[in-house]
Design a protein around this ligand. Structure first.
Ligand SMILES: C[S@@+](CC[C@H](N)C(=O)[O-])C[C@H]1O[C@@H](n2cnc3c(N)ncnc32)[C@H](O)[C@@H]1O
Length: 194
């Protein structure tokens, strides 16, 4: 899908699309590199949109146990199914992510493009609660979320006890510039984390 078509969809539902352009290659690669830093286990992408990040995650034969994509917009979901026939694409709200059946011992890596600041507040709250419920029930899991806010502003404050945000990188070659964050248990943080 072209950037123009993405922008047109943004005009139709600006709060849920939350951006004027798909993720840039630089942003997608930054996220894919962060995902590869550890065994992703079951990889779940929410709010995949045009699949710009999906493509980077799927490239190079990422060794995930399973790759599930969740996208609420039916047109984007159709496009994702067409472009990634090998992936499980679910056309539903991210607030249902915790109902996915995942082996009790599997690590989950959740990658979120959800526009948490602009999407309807109740939907954002329910989606965050569902993502937190999923990563806290699966030991060793984490949430990678990017934001367009100022680089020091974490995606959301209400993190479970013993979990912290780690700022991965700011990507200036993106419209708008984005900051990638990883929410992980304090005990599992990389030495350079703060
Ligand atoms: C910033 S755009 C994603 C951009 C995407 N990374 C790309 O490069 O095309 C946000 C996406 O989240 C999706 N979205 C918004 N609310 C959602 C929800 N509650 N559940 C699932 N997807 C949602 C939108 O339809 C949109 O595709």
């Amino acid at each position: 899908m072209s950037s123009l078509a993405f922008a047109l969809r943004c005009l139709r539902d600006p709060r849920r699309i939350g951006a004027i352009a798909p993720a840039s290659k630089a942003l997608a690669q930054t996220i894919a590199k962060e995902v590869r830093r550890a065994d992703p286990g079951v990889l779940i992408e929410v709010g995949a949109g045009t699949g710009a990040i999906t493509r980077a995650l799927a490239a190079g034969g990422l060794a995930s146990d399973r790759f599930v994509v969740i996208e609420r917009d039916p047109d984007f979901a159709r496009l994702l199914r067409r472009n990634f026939p090998a992936l499980e694409v679910l056309n539903r709200c991210a607030s249902s992510v915790n109902s996915l059946v995942v082996d009790a011992l599997s690590v989950v890596t959740l990658v979120s493009s959800l526009p948490l600041m602009s999407m309807p507040k109740a939907e954002a709250r329910q989606s965050v609660e569902a993502m937190l419920a999923l990563i806290t029930r699966q030991p060793g899991s984490r949430l990678i979320q990017y934001t367009y806010a100022a680089p020091h502003l974490q995606p959301f404050k209400s993190v479970p006890p013993g979990w912290r945000w780690r700022r991965v990188a700011s990507v200036w070659i993106n419209l708008p510039p984005a900051t990638v964050w990883s929410l992980e248990p304090v005990a599992h943080m990389a030495p350079h984390a703060y």
